[in-house]
Write a protein of this length. Structure first.
Length: 177
């Protein structure tokens, strides 16, 4: 080999090395997945040791369970993800099976919380699977509405909100002046 070929190979190896080092450092900087070495109190819950703690590019936090855990009005299975905005749980992605509001679900679902004073609404959207509640067949993309952790009604793409049998609507009481 002549010196020109050796120099070309050396330059290519140096470029590859610098590119690889840059890529490694860039990925190391953006790798925001961590495992909790000890329990962490965050969002009014003490998260168990070993849970996966992810900080997104936008600064939002996701905590993923590596074992079953009971909190936030439910019993959540391994792989459940809790998405936070500030220190409030914005949504929960729950694989089957899980318990929520004292009901057992064997479907994959997404749960969002909304507050309308004085009520707290939870919207549970089915991602996979089917279930029957009070004789109502529910499937993927159906939404179950909980009002103050009591099943209130459901809606699906093919029908609007249907109240469950156990839902009781009381008339509003107006006080006299």
């Amino acid at each position: 080999m002549n010196s020109y070929t050796k120099m070309t190979i050396l330059v290519c190896v140096m470029i590859a090395f610098v590119t690889g080092a840059f890529y490694y450092l860039e990925m190391e900087q953006h790798d925001s997945t961590r495992y909790l070495n000890e329990p962490l109190e965050f969002g009014e819950v003490t998260w168990p040791k070993g849970s996966i703690y992810i900080v997104g590019d936008d600064g939002d936090i996701v905590i993923e369970l590596v074992s079953e855990f009971e909190a936030l009005d439910g019993k959540w299975s391994e792989g459940t993800k809790f998405y936070f905005s500030a220190d409030e749980v914005e949504k929960i992605i729950a694989p089957a099976p899980f318990e929520f509001a004292q009901l057992k679900f064997n479907v994959e679902a997404e749960i969002k919380k909304e507050i309308f004073d004085p009520h707290v609404l939870h919207l549970l959207r089915l991602k996979k699977g089917e279930l029957i509640i009070d004789g109502l067949d529910l499937h993927k993309d159906c939404v179950i509405q909980f009002k103050n952790l009591v099943p209130y009604g459901a809606s699906c793409p093919e029908f609007e909100m249907v109240n469950f049998k156990r839902s009781v609507v009381l008339p509003e009481v107006k006080s006299k002046p």
